[in-house]
Design a protein around this ligand. Structure first.
Ligand SMILES: Nc1ncnc2c1ncn2[C@@H]1O[C@H](COP(=O)(O)OP(=O)(O)OP(=O)(O)O)[C@@H](O)[C@H]1O
Ligand SMILES: [Mg+2]
Length: 322
């Protein structure tokens, strides 16, 4: 479907889509640190690596980008995007990803031997093999156990298979459970992806606009950026949702500058209520809180004085008499 505002803003593609497209990748501090941890993991050649974080922080986009960045002459890679499967299916998915032939009817043991043979052969050629598992919080206990067995594949000197988990916060909770401790104890590199700060939100938005071909027809004012940051809490997916709606809003009003009011109109729209926490309601209460407290104190003093419980008026009389 054609996107109405592209031509109006001089864009060649949608700048704030929801797919984890690595073309739009912006290297924030947290994404850079995560990548450095993964590079260190590859050098270390030990255990598992785990990158986790809240929903929409960029785990999938980072996993793809990281795999793409690896030299194909040095690394074989397998990316498992949806690990809700039993151990046999998981093994089949790994074989398929690595381009290893197998017969659907063959036993798990046969498939396992094929994988082991492949890994040893590749290792002899100087190639390492990496499996990246996204949405790792969804891995079943059975498959976790199988992954542990897979990770035991090694030569006399070193592991021949490296496994990286990307998952939501629950992954860590799951790994803390006693029956998965055998696995968590072998995680040698772990990193939590964080949200972007205000400055990064600003750069992130500009970066995505430029990647989408922007020639500067559309501008985000500082106040708008602050409100986007406040509402999204720095989570990239929510930033994208808000920014995309802002562009539509501007287009409908034949404007080109996103100001604070435009963002407020967008986030107050009913269709956004399930996606973002609107900060304005709580904010208003806080803004008027000092006046409310002062008015309450005055009211109490008046009541106490009228009923002569505490003769406040005498106190004031004394002060003014001096
Ligand atoms: N560093 C980044 N640079 C550019 N875009 C990003 C970045 N991080 C996240 N995004 C964008 O934010 C959206 C959500 O990213 P992604 O799907 O990777 O998040 P996630 O952490 O995998 O979410 P979930 O927990 O739901 O799986 C995508 O549109 C993605 O392109
Ligand atoms: Mg994801």
């Amino acid at each position: 479907m054609a996107i109405p505002y592209l031509e109006y803003f001089g864009l060649s593609e949608k700048p704030f889509g929801l797919t984890p497209d690595s073309h739009f990748y912006y290297e924030s501090n947290t994404h850079r640190e995560a990548t450095e941890h993964l590079r260190f993991f590859l050098l270390q050649k030990e255990g598992f690596a785990c990158i986790y974080g809240d929903v929409g922080t960029g785990k999938t986009v980072l996993s793809r980008l990281f795999l793409d960045s690896l030299d194909k002459n040095t690394y074989n890679t397998a990316l498992i995007l949806n690990p809700i499967m039993g151990d046999k299916e998981f093994l089949q998915a790994v074989l398929t990803e690595l381009g290893i032939d197998y017969d659907n009817n063959s036993s798990k043991k046969d498939m396992f031997s094929r994988l082991e043979g492949f890994l040893l052969e590749e290792h002899k050629k100087g190639k390492e093999t990496i499996i990246v598992i996204d949405e790792a919080q969804l891995i079943t206990d059975e498959t976790f156990e199988f992954i542990r067995i897979l990770s035991n594949l090694e030569t006399d000197k070193e592991k021949i298979l490296h496994i990286i988990f990307f998952g939501q916060q629950e992954l860590i909770e799951r790994l803390k459970q006693p029956h998965l401790r055998y696995l968590s104890q072998r995680i040698s590199v772990i990193y939590r992806l964080k949200a972007l700060n205000l400055n990064e939100v600003n750069h992130y938005i500009t970066h995505r606009l430029l990647k989408a071909g922007s020639k500067g027809f559309v501008q985000f004012e500082d106040g708008a950026l602050e409100l986007i940051y406040e509402t999204s809490k720095g989570y990239p997916r929510v930033i994208n949702i808000i920014c995309d709606r802002c562009l539509l809003y501007l287009y409908s009003k034949s404007e080109r500058v996103v100001d604070r009011d435009a963002v407020r109109a967008v986030i107050n729209d009913e269709s956004m209520s399930t996606l973002v926490d609107t900060p304005k309601k709580t904010k208003k209460i806080y803004r008027y809180m000092p006046y409310l407290v002062a008015a309450t104190i005055v009211l109490i003093l008046i009541i106490l004085s009228v009923f002569n419980i505490i003769p406040v008026h005498r106190f004031f009389n004394k002060i003014f008499a001096h």
